[in-house]
Design a protein around this ligand. Structure first.
Ligand code: HEC
Length: 165
């Protein structure tokens, strides 16, 4: 009799404990989601349309995503002391893509784009491996310079391409 009473009284206790575990897991998960929301890079605050409706992005925005992924490979290779050649024709095509805001395509934009292409050439043609890092940094400086003028949102993300990021 005593033991069956105990069993009875344990059941709800176990149920509450189980409920607590579930609740804790849920709260932890919600907290994680909350954290993710808070950690959203500046870019997504400034360019919500390109994030929420990626299919409606301008060709230049798509191009920039390809360009970013390309440079992730260049960065990873450099970190391992190797050179990843950059497809210059592809990058020229990407730089010519239509931006979201047509007003972006000013003479200064074209100058940055030209500088960018020249620097990629220098990187590809460099014969002294010890100078590659310098060329790579110069390319990133140009990404950042153009972005500071025309599209500051992704600058934080571009800095992830730095070799010591
Ligand atoms: C000549 C100017 C210029 C250069 C150089 C440049 N960008 Fe951009 N970038 C832009 C502009 C303008 C946009 C906005 C595109 C749009 O929405 O039309 C952009 C957008 C982006 C985006 C956001 C794409 C998205 O998801 O909407 C990333 C990431 C990016 N650039 C990375 C880079 C990196 C990395 C480099 C250098 C390796 C670089 N950019 C070089 C002008 C430039």
């Amino acid at each position: 009799m005593v033991s069956s009473l105990k069993r009875l009284s344990r059941k709800p206790a176990a149920g509450i404990l189980y409920g607590l575990v579930l609740w804790a897991a849920f709260v932890a998960c919600a907290a994680e989601q909350q954290k993710e929301v808070l950690d959203v890079p500046v870019k997504e605050e400034i360019e919500p349309s390109t994030i929420r409706y990626p299919n409606e992005s301008a060709p230049l925005a798509w191009a920039m995503r390809g360009l970013f992924e390309d440079f992730e490979e260049v960065r990873d290779a450099l970190r391992e002391g190797q050179r990843h050649l950059i497809d210059i024709e592809q990058h020229i095509t990407w730089m010519e893509a239509q931006p979201t805001d047509p007003k972006v395509k000013t003479a200064a934009f074209e100058q940055y784009a030209q500088l960018y292409i020249n620097q990629i050439n220098r990187f590809n043609e460099e014969t002294d491996a010890t100078l590659l890092e310098g060329h790579y940094k110069a390319i990133l400086e140009t990404c950042l310079a153009c972005h500071a003028t025309y599209c500051p949102g992704p600058m934080k993300r571009i800095r992830l391409l730095e070799l010591d990021a």
